[in-house]
Design a protein around this ligand. Structure first.
Ligand code: MN
Length: 211
């Protein structure tokens, strides 16, 4: 479903081939999302935080019966540390791959716009609800727009590493409201980060996730 790359690596001591998850390559340079998200934030968030989740998951999977599963399957089946690290990789992959350069008049288009109009009335209503849930999420987590199995859109608050894929939904759009996502650029001003977030969404990418 999603283009996550895994590489096959020879492990000399174990004389086996193990499958490793890899850090996604960004479809833009670190500077491209500024001033909404600075190059410094991208460099820490993608290069350090996400890389750590990838390293942790690869280590944890060595002794796990889940090691041959896809990332989405691992997120759906695992618990504890494996769930936390796999969930954070899936969440961050979808987050980082949904962005493009900032544009003030950025708006949804195509199929996703039709679904938003059908289920929320219009884009402004949708944006208000998504924004309220993002500002109001207590602690660390994510707000998601996802497609439920009954074909309806849903906006949900998810704590920590959670992802609506665990309920059988297709994840479409997300905002990371862990402090590490915005603290270097906005400090405590989460609402300002969320307001600017709308200018960098690549709605063509969101349409692709609808399949
Ligand atoms: Mn994050």
């Amino acid at each position: 479903m999603f283009p996550w790359k895994r590489i096959y690596r020879f492990e000399p001591n174990q004389k086996t081939i193990i499958i490793m998850f890899t850090l996604i390559t960004l479809p833009y340079s670190n500077e491209d999302l500024a001033p909404v998200i600075s190059a410094q934030t991208i460099s820490f968030h993608h290069g350090k935080h996400l890389q750590t989740y990838v390293n942790n998951l690869n280590n944890l999977l060595k002794d796990s019966e889940l090691k041959d599963n896809t990332l989405e399957e691992i997120v759906s089946k695992a618990s504890g540390a494996i769930f936390n690290n796999a969930g954070q990789i899936l969440n961050h992959n979808l987050y980082f791959l949904q962005f493009q350069k900032s544009s003030e008049d950025n708006k949804p288009l195509g199929k996703i716009l039709e679904l938003i109009n059908r289920d929320f009335g219009n884009f402004e209503n949708f944006k208000d609800e998504f924004t309220k849930k993002s500002v109001g999420l207590f602690g660390s987590g994510w707000v998601w727009l996802s497609l439920k199995s009954d074909g309806k859109l849903e906006i949900s608050q998810e704590q920590n590493a959670q992802n609506p894929v665990t309920r059988g939904n297709i994840p479409l759009l997300t905002i990371d409201v862990w402090e590490h996502a915005y603290y270097l650029d906005y400090q405590n001003r989460r609402a300002e980060y969320i307001e600017k977030f709308w200018t960098i969404i690549n709605w063509n990418e969101i349409n692709k996730r609808l399949g």
